[in-house]
Design a protein around this ligand. Structure first.
Ligand code: PLP
Length: 364
């Protein structure tokens, strides 16, 4: 028997196999594969699901962030405040639009700390990007109020928080534009690359639809330098199937997290805590341990795979060396990078698998 893997995408497929296969076959037989009815349908469904006026599909989560940054007018010299402990795509979306990420420290829930924002606002600051990391929603409404006070736009990176409420509103709908990845491992995953934005702003939605299609709204009339970044009909059709089950899939992840919360008792382990007023849909179940690497090795020997989200914070990556940020510039972010560990969490994880994980952790 192999190790318990950190993710099992096959289980997510098998659960709704008939529905996925008939949706895929319908697209194959339709003779229409890009920018058609399936995408229109998904955009309508996802806008309704999130409570937004508009949704626009695109090729992946990074493009969603990049196009959102372009739509709100980020360009060379503009600064966007973002948390230090995120997947590098958050920062690269800002950079791809020509802006500069300004990294700030997270709170104890691994989310952007609102108290860190104002001291980093300069005359070049144009926006704040809130990442709802690991599936837990950040203090988005509080951050929106800070943005409003200073005339800043707010973008939400919801690549890990599909369907999670950030207070009264669903993540992605508190700020100006919400950005989603449908990478296969996400809570709402497709079967390849996919992404989307949601917004209440008609102008932003139209602009992003134009940007994603070579800067063209009318065929062969190109208004600006765009990109080719479309959510294809196959992915849209498969996402329509998964979206119809997303609520129950998120509830299942929460139930699996409750099993870990109750079972893991080793005092060396810091378990994830869901802030009051937040929702956590456990895209990842992330623990912390001062002896993280030894713990990972121990778990591996006990048949349990783990993964680190993320071992190198963006500001210390080679890609962002040009910012000149040295080790020690974001101590909390850097401490998290050294101590976090994601344990197996996926739809379809069994009680037996979780028990094996729990016993192995408690033995450490
Ligand atoms: C927080 C975050 N932002 C952005 C992305 C980028 O999404 P994609 O891989 O679809 O480009 C991801 C996932 O990969 C992510 O986890």
């Amino acid at each position: 028997m192999g190790n318990i893997m950190t993710n099992r995408l096959d289980r997510g497929f098998e659960r709704y196999q008939d529905e996925f296969e008939s949706a895929a076959l319908k697209v194959l037989r339709s003779g229409w594969y890009i920018l058609g009815k399936e995408l229109e349908n998904f955009e309508k469904n996802y806008a309704a699901f999130t409570g937004s006026r508009f949704c626009a599909g695109c090729g992946n989560g990074l493009d969603a962030l990049t196009l959102a940054c372009r739509a709100i007018g980020i360009s060379a010299g503009d600064e966007v405040i973002v948390q230090g402990n995120t997947f590098i795509a958050s920062a690269m979306g800002i950079s791809a639009a020509g802006g500069t990420p300004v990294f700030v420290e997270p709170d104890e829930y691994y989310q952007l700390d609102p108290s860190q924002i104002e001291q980093h606002i300069t005359e070049r600051t144009k926006a704040v990007m809130v990442v709802h990391l690991y599936g837990q929603t950040a203090k988005a409404e509080e951050i929106k109020a800070i943005c409003d006070k200073h005339g800043l736009k707010m973008i939400e990176d919801c690549a890990q928080s599909h369907g999670a409420y950030a207070g009264r509103k669903m993540s992605g709908t508190v700020g100006d534009i919400g950005c989603f990845s449908f990478y296969p491992s996400k809570n709402l995953g497709c079967f390849g690359d996919g992404g989307a934005i949601v917004t209440d702003n008609e102008e932003y939605a139209a602009h992003i639809r134009q940007l994603r299609n070579y800067g063209s709204s009318v065929r062969y009339h190109n208004e600006e330098l765009g990109v080719n970044s479309r959510l294809d009909e196959m992915q849209a059709a498969l996402l329509n199937v998964r979206l119809s089950h997303l609520k129950e899939l998120n509830e299942e992840r929460k139930a699996a997290a409750a099993v870990y919360n109750a079972g893991i008792t080793n005092p060396k382990i810091i378990k994830p805590v869901c802030r009051e007023g937040a929702e956590h849909v456990y895209h990842q179940y992330v623990i912390r341990c001062s002896e993280r690497d030894a713990l990972a090795e121990h778990l591996k020997n006990k048949g349990v795979d783990t993964i680190i989200h993320y071992p190198i914070p963006p500001h210390l990556s080679k890609a962002y060396a040009f910012l000149g940020l040295k080790e020690g510039s974001l101590p909390i972010t850097e401490e998290y990078a050294k101590t976090v560990l994601s344990i197996p969490m996926y739809n379809g994880i069994t009680k037996e698998e979780q028990q094996t994980v729990i016993e192995a952790i408690n033995e450490f």
